[in-house]
Design a protein around this ligand. Sequence first.
Ligand code: BTN
Length: 260
Amino acid sequence: MNNSISKILERKLKTNEIGQNIIFYDITDSTNNEAKRHSNLKSGTLIIADDQTDGKGRLGRVWKSNSGDEILMSLLLKPSVSPDEVSKITLIAGLSVCKALRNFGAKIKWPNDVIINSKKVAGVLTEMSAELNKINYIVCGIGININTTEFEEELFNKATSLYLTSGKKYDRSDILEKVLYEFESLYFEFLENGLNNILSEYKANCINLGAIAKAVFKDKTIIGKVVDINTDGELILETDNGKITISSGEVSVRGILGYV
Ligand code: BTN
């Protein structure tokens, strides 16, 4: 993807607001950092890069990339919602990627990992600047492995790309256009009605529902059956000690035997 991606994408875009303003980098530290540095720009601004030197994942992890093989993107958003609604927007981001990749059989691992054949193909890192009751801006960062041909040993059993699952290479602007289209429709639905009309679609695509899961917190691990996801986007685990509600923040949810 070189700078012409902005031009190609502009021609393909079917959105009204999301991605209508695009900033492209050959390489930057992190598109999330760039979005924060451009937080004066309008809501819906899309920052994309071919490579990152300091890509960030959830829970303080590193997000590695190979120049030009992935979609590395961040959306700057300025919704009029309270800060505690933001975790729901990360669910929507995961669902929009999942819908854009529906032809590949993509599913969601709560809260927002996108999975194909039990391996992670995309992840979402949402950051925000807020005051007590007011959001200044949200940065919704999404990484999607498109044409990645191999992963290092530690990711080998956990990560995949569209290329590795299908044997074909893809034009990243085609996938990006679909993600932005799906995101826009879910985002504006969310701003009007919250998760009410989105939750059933999220649940239908969520691989955790009905499965035994391990919720790994900093200081403890809880095992239980995933029995529901509520309208706040929280996971309901049925454990030996009763039901517990888990919100997405500082937790990683895994299968009992491995990643999924
Ligand atoms: C995760 O699953 O841990 C979240 C990964 C998010 C990675 C993307 S790549 C584009 C954006 N910039 C970053 O530094 N991180 C996000």
